[in-house]
Design a binder for this molecule. Sequence first.
Ligand code: SF4
Ligand code: SF4
Length: 448
Amino acid sequence: MNKRGNPMKTFLDWSAYQDAGMGDAYADIPKTGGDFAKAVAVCINSGACEKHNDKGVMCPSFRIGGDSRLSTGARVRLLKAALNHELGEQLFVDPDLRLAMDLCVSCKGCKRECENAVDMALIKIEYLAQLNEQEGLSLRARLFAHIPFWLHRWPWLGQFIVWRNAWPVLAKLGEKLLGIAAHRQLPVPVATAFQAPAAPPDAGRREVVLLVDTFSRHFDPDVADAALAVLQAAGYRVIVAEPAQAGRPLCCGRTYLAQGMVAQAQAEARHMLAALLPHVEAGRPIIGLEPSCLLTLRDEYSALDLGTVAARVAGHTLLFEEFIAREHTANALHLKLKPLDKAVLVHGHCHQKAVGAMKSMRKVLKLIPGLQFEMVESSCCGMAGSFGLEAEHAAVSWEMARQSLLPKLSQAPDSLVLSNGFSCRRQIAEGDGRAGLHLAQLLRDALA
Ligand code: SF4
Ligand code: SF4
């Protein structure tokens, strides 16, 4: 029994749903699962996720072939059946349920586009945590989950990845032993990870905190350098967030959540909150670059049982584009930009779209004189963290990319591609050949 009298132990805190569907005779809340079951049962069976749609994100897995088992609503139906013990006594191991959940890319499209905001990405974390407890974790899941740790502890891993990418025999061995798709290129960490410069003297400037995530730190430090340059050019004193105690750089815990490793994500989150709280108390906004990382603080942390500090910190976090747009709207942005005579195609990260951050992207891009930009109407790029690198998912990942994103990019071969998600940029680089830029890099290019 857990603290809410729910006989099924849950790994996430689902108390936000404790009143969901209560008193509604049609809510059809499953018998087991407590508040988790209520979160599943918020689906009103409208069928909107099972209609073919060229707009929006929901639901990438259903869009690629129209398989009726792969919509958000179908996942809900299977989960309800499992929680009602209609799929066997051992919850969550039914093959159809496995397939449906396995092909959910956690894009959060449903959280924004489903009429009743079914949060399948969060539900999947709980589902994976439940499966992990029953069956344990694969070596690959551990490998991907601990990436922030490996990259810090063993920087020589980069050379090994270079060899793996260059020698097909090693790539094939990796597929056989670990299930990492041999034909996919793995991202190579840079030899020298991002190093935070000392914050300049105070001099009465407004202070902001830059949260450098694992991916910007180890794979794409130029994104963090560009953000620093832009924020400093705009007159802010930039403090790079550091752990409260010496040790590994801060990590939001996203790679752990993606594998259902809730306890490890909680540990990362506690370090993160301890480091950020003093900044929040000092009134400094916390600016993040990688959508899935920064938005973990605003979204998943609320289900990690972290106490009131999580909401306090979340209230001060902003994506880079949200911060620049907010400052501009408040007439507080002092950024001198020169004209850029360039055409840009913009692909939004699913999590940016889920929180409506594409409006901020648009606002900021309009600040650059002469820039011609177009927002690409695309669903998920298909990479979705490590999903596209996994042998059994690589083909599906490309199908997702070919649904709309890659064809649209191919229509404008001379345009720059802008994409704030690290995994989106990887997918675009491999599928289209263009190295995508982060908004911070484009703004740096436009600094007067
Ligand atoms: S998941 Fe959402 S969109 Fe799909 S059927 Fe349920 S309520 Fe409708
Ligand atoms: S999170 Fe994305 S892939 Fe998963 S059910 Fe929702 S829309 Fe579909």
